[in-house]
Design a protein. Structure first.
Length: 144
């Protein structure tokens, strides 16, 4: 486990609060009512992560910078498996294989996980499980 104190970026709907967890009941690293706040350590990484989820009829979005203070992050940046495309497997009714990573991290008491971007492995994403690690929003601007 490692500590991290610094900024993270999150793309949200225009006017949405930047601090609450994802609204979707399932995601790459959350299921069964679990909390997850998906962020990236750079603006570019944030934009890269959301590309797969954008549609032509999406509403206006903003990018928010939030301040993070976490003492226990599970570091998976050197592991390729968490980067897999999970949606197709989940669509068959099977559990997402990525959930095994977040379930393990949660069981170890991690407040979140660092992992590499699927399409740009040099970029770092951060998913937070513990909302207390998010201190405040520090900036916001329209996106793209």
């Amino acid at each position: 486990m490692i500590a991290y104190r610094g900024q993270a970026w999150r793309i949200i709907w225009q006017g949405q609060d930047a601090l609450p967890p994802a609204r979707a009941p399932e995601g790459r690293f959350h299921h069964s009512g679990q909390s997850a706040v998906y962020t990236s350590l750079t603006e570019f990484g944030c934009a890269t992560a959301i590309t797969r989820y954008l549609t032509l009829d999406d509403g206006a979005r903003e990018i928010a910078c939030i301040e993070i203070a976490a003492e226990r992050l599970y570091d998976l940046r050197d592991e390729p498996a968490p980067r897999m495309v999970w949606q197709g497997l989940r669509a068959t009714g099977a559990p997402s294989p990525t959930w095994a990573f977040s379930d393990k991290a949660r069981a170890l008491g991690a407040q979140g996980m660092l992992y590499a971007s699927r399409s740009h492995p040099h970029l770092t994403h951060l998913v937070l499980f513990d909302p207390a690690t998010i201190l405040r929003e520090t900036a916001r601007k329209s996106w793209p």
